[in-house]
Design a protein around this ligand. Structure first.
Ligand code: FAD
Length: 108
């Protein structure tokens, strides 16, 4: 099985990069693609315990993917990532800054 930490870093890079390039005003079809992607991802992610806990989180009230705009999707992913950060005892990330980190690039 893959290294869970390396897999995680690569995966968050992919997920946040997808959100960073997601349309600002996605069509209904694009919104379906985002929802379907997250759902399939949660079934296929090759760290099974991670995937299972992510599915449990996704199924809770209020945690369904928010895909109505780039900023909604980016915020939602940031919150999902923070949930994992907290579980692992890592610092949470300031979601006001996700776009700066993943789309625009840090200022300094
Ligand atoms: P990572 O958490 O991989 O983050 C990479 C970079 O993203 C950071 O350096 C930072 O710049 C940025 N970042 C951090 N937080 C945020 C945020 N909230 N929003 C936007 N950007 C941010 N590992 C386990 O051991 N157990 C698990 O149950 C587990 N579940 C996971 C579930 C999912 C869906 C994914 C994708 C990964 C999971 N992982 C799990 C892996 C874990 O989240 C980390 O990827 C891994 O521990 C490496 O952490 P890291 O400190 O290098 O930074």
């Amino acid at each position: 099985p893959p290294d869970v930490e390396e897999l995680g870093r690569s995966t968050w890079t992919l997920l946040h990069s997808i959100a960073a390039q997601y349309p600002t005003t996605p069509s209904p079809t694009q919104q379906d693609h985002a929802r379907t992607f997250i759902s399939s991802f949660s079934q296929l992610y090759p760290c099974w315990s991670c995937a299972s806990e992510f599915r449990a989180w996704l199924s809770k009230d209020g945690n369904a993917p928010r895909v109505s705009s780039r900023s909604d999707f980016g915020r939602w992913l940031c919150e999902a990532h923070n949930e994992v950060n907290t579980k692992l005892g890592k610092k949470t990330f300031d979601c006001e800054r996700w776009e700066e980190r993943w789309r625009v690039g840090w200022k300094d």
